[in-house]
Write a protein that binds this ligand. Structure first.
Ligand SMILES: Cc1ncc(COP(=O)(O)O)c(C=O)c1O
Length: 403
């Protein structure tokens, strides 16, 4: 056996892999998920929603309905853009939120992550510049890197990307697009303020630089005032990515790109070459679930539960971390951002944390340029309250042991 393995390894070592494939790194989050799945580890690391809230019975009911009513279509090849019913649900939901998006502007994708890959194919070639927030979503950095992107990060504060810096960097670098996670950002939980939204769109229009707004969390608000969707303000200048991963379940793998009538056909061609179309069965299931009125109710449930967990984690941080760190107070979403004393490396500390049976994602991986390694992302929605308290306590003792 081992001779065969050696033979295969030697052969493979001589193959000429694409440079882009060899350079592609595995996501630190996936690596952490491997370690954190060890028994007893409390995981604040992954972007996992709360499994106890998955609407198992209702999804089962929708699966049955789909097999009965659309079985043959659901199991057959279907259109690249996505099934009509699914796109109608999304367009209708946009309308409810005051955003004018028609079905022909919507492309269904295999989650928002595939949406990012499609956007990469549509806009990026080696050396092309993309502007990102500081920090930004790690999965986007990974997706765009494959296409040889050059990142330029823009200054960001508690109200999101700073328009003056965006304008300077657009003028200097002529980017393909400005990438934002506008609402309850992954990783910080920060939301771009209403006035900044207007300013950013104005700049996008002035310099004809599209905004890609990756928005998995916008509907999960449990505190504060609603903000206007960037898509509503910027219309055809904003390409918005959405997903049902956090609203229902990531396992269904359904997301979308809402663009404009000129870009949608290009997006469709890129997507077609990737996988012909997204899983039809999942699309039918979600369309059925939404048409039966379950989606809005389920989102209300998620908002209530995540809001409680967020508040509980903040209380635990006050209790165990008050003199050791600062943190954001997100009004929605799944994540908050913790900043330790400058001399502490959250990356170096991770091995100790996992030994102490608690996991997080070191913040440094969310930066496209200069990194702040004394930061970390914490997911507050996946653990039970009991585990949140225990996990924060463990984390605090790891920090105490090194500071
Ligand atoms: C900002 C952002 N974009 C995209 C994704 C990927 O989502 P999906 O599960 O829909 O592929 C995530 C998931 O955590 C995310 O936070």
């Amino acid at each position: 056996m081992s001779e065969i393995a050696d033979y295969v390894e030697n052969a493979v070592n001589q193959w000429q892999f694409a440079r882009s494939a060899v350079k592609q790194k595995s996501s630190i989050i996936r690596e952490i998920l491997k370690d954190s799945s060890k028994p007893g580890v409390i995981n604040f690391g992954g972007g996992l929603p709360a499994p106890e809230l998955f609407p198992l019975d209702l999804i089962q009911q929708s699966c049955t309905n789909v097999m009965r009513e659309h079985g043959k279509e659901a199991l057959q090849y279907s259109l690249t853009v996505g099934i009509e019913k699914m796109r109608e649900v999304i367009a209708w939901r946009y309308k409810q939120q005051g955003v004018d998006v028609t079905t022909n502007e919507i492309q269904i994708t295999g989650g928002a992550q595939q949406g990012l890959d499609v956007i990469g194919r549509v806009f990026i070639e080696p050396g092309a510049v993309v502007l990102t927030e500081t920090p930004t979503y790690l999965g986007a950095l990974q997706a765009f890197s494959f296409y040889g992107v050059k990142y330029v990060s823009v200054a960001t504060d508690g109200d999101g990307a700073i328009p003056e810096d965006v304008e300077i960097k657009i003028k200097e670098h002529k980017p393909r697009f400005l990438y934002l996670v506008s609402t309850f950002q992954n990783p910080t939980g920060i939301t771009i303020s209403e006035s900044r939204r207007e300013q950013l769109v104005e700049i996008a229009k002035k310099y004809n630089c599209p905004i890609v707004d990756d928005n998995p969390y916008g509907e999960i608000r449990f505190d504060g005032e609603d903000v206007t969707s960037l898509k509503a303000i910027g219309k055809e200048y904003v390409i918005q990515l959405g997903t049902f991963s956090k609203l229902i379940s990531p396992g269904l793998r359904i997301g979308w790109i809402a663009s404009n009538p000129h870009v949608a056909p290009i997006i469709e061609r890129m997507k077609q070459a990737m996988d012909l179309h997204t899983n039809s069965f999942s699309q039918y299931v979600i369309a059925d679930f939404a048409a039966a009125g379950h989606l809005d109710k389920h989102i209300e449930l998620i908002k209530a539960e995540y809001g409680k967990k967020r508040t509980f984690m903040l209380d635990m941080l006050k209790k165990y971390f008050s003199d050791k760190a600062t943190w954001t107070t997100p009004e929605g979403g799944l994540f908050l951002w913790l900043k330790l004393a400058d001399h502490i490396s959250a990356t170096d500390m991770l091995a100790d944390a996992i030994k102490a049976k608690v996991a997080y994602v070191p913040g440094k991986f969310f930066y496209s340029a200069e990194q702040d390694d004394s930061t970390m992302r914490l997911n507050f929605c996946n653990a039970t309250e009991e585990n949140i308290e225990e996990g924060i306590k463990r984390l605090a003792s790891v920090v105490n042991s090194i500071s």
